[in-house]
Design a protein around this ligand. Structure first.
Ligand SMILES: NC(=O)c1ccc[n+]([C@@H]2O[C@H](COP(=O)([O-])OP(=O)(O)OC[C@H]3O[C@@H](n4cnc5c(N)ncnc54)[C@H](O)[C@@H]3O)[C@@H](O)[C@H]2O)c1
Ligand SMILES: O=C(O)C(=O)C[C@@H](O)[C@H](O)[C@H](O)COP(=O)(O)O
Ligand SMILES: [Zn+2]
Length: 356
């Protein structure tokens, strides 16, 4: 990702022109979901180089980051004559960039793509760094590839139509970045509120800092063999919550799952690596205040644990859970082996703290 171009710009049309002129595609394809087709595509639809672009739209929602949607995209690329020299422009949140960039990675073994992220979460996290894929067999991101978009073009104006829940979802990944690296504006990050007319300039500074953290770890370890695993903080348990909720047909937003996963994983870090109690308290209060409650009973612990067993970071053989933990903010301990008992204890802690 040292080479991945990530540009925050107020001049999206000009930037897109530059990238298209550089790539010289033989055809241009655009992917949106049903919401970004309405709310975001109009911002670039009059671009002079997109007049003949072929547009595919899939239904919104993470349940559509699926093999069916992927086949739909492959089919349009194939039917409308895409080649390796063609360009796919993904306009949307992480659902669209994960799926679209995976389609680009696999179509004819690789065509070019540009991500135009339209959610806060995709601006700071999903659209960059090359993790692409789909959910499969009831599991998050079960199938995918590392494949970086040729460019990521970020325009903060897209956030004007994004609702508070989805802003908070992205904010969870920003909190994660603030925890795994000593970012300069950590306190400003904690204080930031997504009220009506939130200050996009102020947010832009925090977005840039968050992107820098992701870039730092991806550059060091693009294929997640080591230190990149810390970008997955909160996700071992967060993905279990997300898959569990999806299975129960009560889906939750990815960032909410990560925020709730962070509560459990910071508790585990406190117990196993002495992550400071005061910092734990401050963060879990903030998460409860902003994200509310996720309800489950002790009858669901075994099912949640089953999901955790599928996590991609578990490499030491079946039944051993490997989680990156924090000793303190910005100080990482990778590949901590965590016992089942401590994971169940973290569920108890979570439910006690949530009052459920
Ligand atoms: N590849 C990675 O490194 C990475 C990192 C983090 C998350 N992810 C993945 O990203 C996905 C979550 O991404 P997300 O939170 O962006 O969700 P999303 O793409 O589903 O978007 C959330 C909702 O907002 C709508 N939307 C998008 N932009 C909008 C706008 N500007 N105005 C109004 N509505 C808009 C979408 O249609 C959708 O309904 C998950 O699948 C997660 O696993 C991937
Ligand atoms: O970039 C990374 O590395 C991450 O882990 C970022 C996460 O926020 C993201 O949700 C990612 O898609 C999770 O990947 P997975 O490997 O756990 O499926
Ligand atoms: Zn994530």
């Amino acid at each position: 990702m040292g080479t991945q171009k990530i540009i925050i710009t107020d001049h999206l049309h000009e930037c897109l022109t530059e990238e298209i002129e550089l790539l010289k595609p033989d055809k241009i394809f655009i992917l949106t979901d049903s919401n970004t087709h309405e709310a975001c595509y109009p911002l670039i639809k009059d671009h002079p180089l997109l007049g003949e672009a072929n547009i595919s739209t899939i239904p919104a929602g993470d349940e559509n980051k699926s093999i069916q949607s992927l086949m739909f995209v492959w089919k349009s690329l194939s039917s409308f004559g895409a080649s390796r020299k063609s360009l796919l422009i993904n306009i949307g949140g992480g659902m669209i960039s994960d799926l679209g960039a995976f389609a680009a990675a696999t179509f004819k073994r690789g065509m070019r793509c540009i991500n135009i992220p339209t959610t806060l979460l995709s601006m700071v996290d999903a659209s960059l760094g090359g993790k692409t894929g789909i959910n499969f067999n009831g599991l998050k991101n079960e199938v995918g590839a590392f494949y970086e978009a040729n460019a990521v073009l970020i325009n903060m104006q897209f956030l004007k139509t994004l609702d508070k829940q989805n802003n908070l979802s992205g904010y969870a990944e920003m909190l994660k970045h603030g925890l795994i690296f000593d970012v300069p504006n950590y306190q400003e990050l904690l204080n930031f509120r997504f009220e009506k007319n939130a200050d996009l300039n102020k947010l832009g500074i925090l977005v840039q800092e968050s992107i820098d953290v992701k870039k730092y770890y991806v550059n060091k370890d693009p294929h997640e063999q080591g230190v990149r695993k810390i970008l997955n903080l909160g996700h071992t348990i967060g993905h279990a919550f997300e898959s569990f909720a999806m299975h129960s047909k009560k889906p939750i937003l990815h960032g909410y799952a990560v925020a709730w996963g962070l509560i459990c994983e910071l508790y585990i870090a406190h117990r196993q690596c002495n992550f400071p109690k005061e910092e734990l308290k401050k963060l879990i209060d903030l998460i409860k205040d902003r994200y509310g409650i996720f309800e489950f009973t002790c009858k669901s612990y075994d099912k949640l644990y089953e999901y955790i067993l599928h996590d991609k970071k578990n490499t030491k053989g079946s039944g051993i859970i490997s989680i990156p933990l924090l000793k303190e903010r910005g100080v990482v301990s990778l590949d901590e082996t965590v016992d089942k008992d401590l994971i169940y204890e973290s569920f108890d802690f979570f439910r006690d703290f949530m009052g459920i």
